[in-house]
Design a protein around this ligand. Structure first.
Ligand code: M6R
Length: 610
């Protein structure tokens, strides 16, 4: 995730900016930069670590105002030209967020004569500001120009801006990206999170959405969207540094589970065209003709990404009418796949570095297949070895157990299936619209689950001492059962198996006793009645059943021991919600058992060896 910092005060700005950026390193980044303002703007930026940035800084920079940035690439590769700050003569700006309408703005600005030096969405803000300040009927001050500029932006942003015509002034604004101001004895700080300046001050003011403000030596002003000066409350942060990195959550995994409303929103931002009933997939280098004539798709992945792919298979077949195989990368690479050229493979890998997935893709490409990569890491190896790359914009995931990247992968798969279904004429505009509306509802529905997580915690604690667990589901919920079982075994060390509910009677029923909790994903849909039959089968063996069901389902509680609820939802999108419930179930089970949640034994975040 990108991080922004800023300082205006009595101390030299550069060392404070560097120290603050180091405090944001835990968020993950691929490049960094700072701008300091004395009489003019001086900008230094580079790919790599903050230590690399320090190497290119002059020994002593006399400036008391500055901004800085750590970049986690979203638009444009990790290259120095894409690192922030971004400039437009006399203006320097850092940004965290995604500008959804940047392409339209960019075209307009190019027509006005602006030359773009980066591939980022951010650079449009700098040029737009410059345009407002210097090219309009009357010259605007920086604060007014920022206010006018953000009224044209769609998407999310936290920005900090400097202008060489206004020495000592830093202007900031936010919408849907975090921004906090620190009030120190020697000056003011701005940052994406308090860890950046906790070393200097614990007194903070939280900037809210649509607010704009200016810091000048000895003063801070924050305005509402109508331009009214606000009297904002000052808070004192009690967290220590480690707690602050986790935004107060006990573990990164819990923080990442809670980030899902935002990570999903970022992943579909600007892509879902509800009115047209289509999905914008500019990154997909497949012509409509190629999509129409697609005979088969092969999804290749490992672990959690494989589970996402298993759901993808159902989506591609149902929504796009494309025969789809799902392959385990470590098997595929040594098997004898029957592939002819012109076929499509889709590699799903959060890290983009999983050795087995890379090897399987290389093998498929040797047959002439075109590959689409779905990954969370810009510039990762898979991106260099694929024909098209679609990014999950989930931000870096630090917990070893994949959570927010899994749900972001699912969102990409929905969008890809809708896009292909529309192009192939399998899905009507009306059907696509209804799905799009339901995808857009997911962030709010997840928030409701998070708000009521205590019931999941109670359930987890009740069964934390069990040795074995089963997870069952049908159709779209089968991959979610597999993922629920993987999450539980990974972090709580409880033996767990995910099963297609209809398969239980072909063997696993023999293992069920009253000491075996069975988690049954029984959300509304065309397999609901069949799930009820499977639940009765399980109850007949005296096993405990924990159902994941819709809020408005009053039938289910007659048959099961515990019900974990998800909001009323569409059959196609409810698996995303159920997976959040199962992430929390695994998390609280591991917590009750005192396990090492963020770094489970024997596991690595990125498996770069065979
Ligand atoms: O980076 P990838 O998505 O390729 O990683 C694949 C698996 O190693 C990964 O999903 C693993 O199963 C996770 N730790 C699961 O939480």
């Amino acid at each position: 995730m990108c991080g922004i910092v800023g300082y205006v005060g009595k101390e030299l700005a550069a060392p404070i900016l560097i120290e603050s950026l180091k405090r944001l390193e835990y968020r993950g980044y691929d490049s960094a930069g700072i701008t300091v303002l004395n009489e003019s703007l001086e900008t230094y930026k580079t790919v790599g670590k903050i230590a690399d940035l320090e190497l290119i800084l002059p020994e002593r920079i006399i400036a008391y105002t500055g901004i800085g940035h750590t970049r986690w690439a979203t638009h444009g590769k990790p290259e120095t030209k894409n690192a922030h700050p971004h400039m437009s003569s006399g203006i320097s700006l850092v940004h965290n967020g995604i500008i959804e309408n940047y392409l339209q703005l960019k075209e307009r600005l190019i027509e006005c004569g602006y030359v773009f030096e980066s591939d980022t969405d951010t650079e449009v803000i700098a040029h737009l500001l410059n345009n407002k300040m210097y090219k309009g009927a009357k010259k605007l001050d920086l604060l007014t120009a920022v206010r006018e500029t953000i009224s044209e932006l769609e998407g999310s942003y936290a920005i900090a801006v400097l202008c060489s015509d206004e020495p000592g002034c830093l202007v900031f604004a936010r919408k849907d990206s975090p921004l906090v101001i620190g009030i120190g004895d020697d000056g003011y700080y701005a940052a994406s999170d308090v860890t950046a300046f906790l070393k200097y001050t614990r007194k903070v003011i939280y900037v809210d959405d649509h607010e704009v403000g200016a810091i000048r030596p000895g003063s801070i002003e924050i305005f509402d969207p109508r331009g009214n000066l606000l009297a904002k409350e000052m808070h004192t942060v009690e967290w220590d540094l480690e707690a602050a990195e986790k935004a107060g959550y006990e573990h990164f995994m819990l923080k990442e589970i809670h980030e899902q409303p935002a990570s999903i929103q970022n992943t579909f931002a600007g892509k879902l065209l509800e009115l047209e009933g289509t999905v914008k997939m500019d990154e997909l280098y497949l012509s409509p003709e190629q999509i129409k004539h697609l005979r088969r798709a092969t999804i290749i992945a490992c672990g959690t990404s494989w589970n996402a792919g298993a759901l993808g298979k159902y989506l591609f077949e149902k929504l796009a009418g494309v025969h789809t195989d799902i392959e385990t990368a470590s098997e595929f690479r040594y098997a004898s796949p029957v592939l002819c050229g012109e076929e499509l493979t889709i590699a799903i890998t959060q890290s983009g570095e999983t050795a087995d997935t890379l090897a399987a893709v290389r093998s498929s490409r040797s047959y002439g297949c075109r590959n689409i990569a779905i990954t969370n890491v810009v510039g990762s190896t898979i991106t260099r070895e694929s024909d098209s790359v679609i990014y999950t914009r989930a931000g870096p995931e630090i917990g070893v157990a994949a959570t927010k990247t899994f749900t972001a992968q699912l969102i990409i798969l929905y969008m890809l299936a809708i896009h292909m279904g529309r192009v192939r004429g399998v899905l009507s505009a009306g059907e696509a619209k209804s799905l799009i509306v339901n995808i857009k509802r997911i962030p709010g529905q997840i928030q409701k689950i998070l708000n009521r997580k205590e019931s999941i915690r109670e359930c987890a604690e009740q069964f934390a001492d069990k040795r074995d667990y089963f997870f069952i589901g049908r159709y779209l919920n089968f991959p979610i059962a597999l993922e629920g079982a993987l999450k539980l075994k990974e972090i709580s060390y409880i033996h767990a198996e995910g099963y297609a509910a209809g398969e239980l009677k072909h063997g696993p029923l023999a293992l069920l006793t009253e000491d075996t909790p069975v988690v049954a994903i029984a959300t509304r849909g065309h397999t609901y009645d069949k799930m009820l039959s499977n639940i009765k089968e399980v109850k007949a063996r005296n096993a405990t059943v924990i159902a994941v069901a819709n809020e408005d389902d009053t039938e289910i509680e007659k048959y099961v021991d515990v019900v974990l609820r998800i909001p009323p939802s569409h059959e196609m999108t409810s698996p995303v919600l159920s997976s959040v419930v199962l992430q929390l179930l695994a998390y609280y089970t591991a917590l009750a058992k005192g396990c090492s949640i963020d770094k489970p034994r024997n596991l690595a975040k990125s498996v770069t060896v065979e």
